[in-house]
Design a protein around this ligand. Structure first.
Ligand code: HMG
Ligand code: MG
Length: 321
């Protein structure tokens, strides 16, 4: 079988947002800023740094404006933040966010539980967010969640995902990220859903911008396999979270997003470029582990730390004897 892979993939880092929003521990603003700056230092160029949502719903990210104002902003780095409504947009603009992302679910029950609105109401709320953001020169990304399964409704119709993707594109979002929110997708399903969406929305626009991205959570360990299928279908933007930061405070041991380090390690090993320095990325994952106060699930990180420890022991033995 010939594996048709792209030369380069854009890694869209969501650890500071999707990762930290699920951590039980409240991470101090200064640590978040240090973490984001370290990710930039590792060569990560697209980072979702926080959310301008209700602090009652997501207290972990209540310091969104402080984070946005405190991070260094070198050229060539794109920072984004989640925004659910006009209020969030105003706060994001006031904090100088250069890009935002809106989000909704493909399943009605999950959408209601996540943003307290029906899907139709959410789309209407986006009318108050997307055009004004674009008028202010701020590009808008969008997420469709529960694409591959809903925790309340089970199966999700791919035709619905396609419809929402088209609606969001028509509204003016530059990219739609298809989310496996609870990590239940399998590679064959990913192929079927993506083929359905790609029949209506191409992976890339005429200007070379990726119109579609994928966002896998690794709950069942299928995220990398799902990425591989996505790559063979022409998707070249992938969301991930350094170290696999995240999980769920209400489900001990549950995995979070696909780990950026596992993704980048696999891509580099296959000759696919990302522009990210893997050693420095591991340092970012280690940093994050210290301030969330527990080990992170990334497999590459564990293997890397094990290799370093073995090399250290070997060097110590050689010095001694
Ligand atoms: P609501 O309670 O229906 O809204 O929440 P409301 O308009 O009645 O407002 C309630 C209170 O929130 C009011 O304050 C508002 O001022 C305030 P109070 O008067 O009670 O003091 N409020 C806000 N405060 C700050 N920023 C705002 C804002 N808006 C209202 N923007 C709302 C509706 C959407 C606000 C709420 O449901 C919410 O914040 N939800 C956030 C949900 C969320 O962040 N979920 C996680 C992200 S999605 C995700 O993780 C999936 C993804 O990763 C992809 C995937 O994995 O599939 C993206
Ligand atoms: Mg997510």
């Amino acid at each position: 079988m010939k594996l048709d892979l792209p030369e380069r993939v854009t890694v869209y880092e969501v650890g500071p947002r999707d990762g930290l929003q699920n951590e039980a521990r409240q991470v101090p603003t200064a640590d978040k800023v240090r973490f984001i700056n370290a990710l930039v230092g590792a060569g990560v160029r697209n980072i979702e740094i926080t959310s301008f949502v209700s602090p009652k719903w997501i207290p972990q990210l209540a310091d969104a404006a402080d984070v946005a104002r405190s991070v260094a902003r070198p050229d060539g780095v794109r920072f984004s933040a989640l925004v659910p409504n006009r209020r969030g947009l105003d706060a994001a603009l006031a904090a100088g966010m250069p890009e935002i992302a809106v989000f909704l679910s493909a399943s009605e029950t999950h959408n209601k539980k996540n943003v307290n609105k029906t899907i139709e109401e959410t789309l209407r709320a986006f009318e108050e967010v997307v055009p004004p953001a674009r008028a202010a020169g701020v590009p808008v990304r969008a997420y469709v969640s529960t694409v591959f399964g809903c925790p309340y409704e089970g199966d999700v119709d791919p035709a619905r995902v396609t419809w929402l993707t088209r609606e969001l594109r028509a509204m003016g979002v530059y990219q739609v990220s298809l989310g496996d929110t609870i990590g239940v997708a399998n590679p064959r399903q990913v192929q079927q859903v993506l083929e359905r969406v790609l029949a209506d929305v191409p992976a890339r626009g005429d200007d070379g911008v990726d119109l579609l991205a994928v966002h896998f959570h690794d709950t069942q360990g299928t995220a990398l396999a799902n990425c591989l299928v996505s790559l063979t279908l022409g998707i070249t933007t992938i969301d991930s979270s350094v170290g696999g930061l995240g999980g769920c405070p209400y489900a001990p041991g549950a995995s979070g997003n696909l780990a950026t380090d596992d993704l980048v390690a696999m891509l580099h090993a296959m000759g696919v470029q990302t522009g990210i320095d893997l050693d420095k990325l591991i340092d970012c994952a280690r940093l994050a582990a210290t301030f969330v106060g527990h080990e992170l699930p990334s497999k590459y990180m564990k293997a890397h730390i094990g290799k370093q420890a073995r090399a250290r022991r070997r060097a110590e033995r050689e010095t001694m004897g």
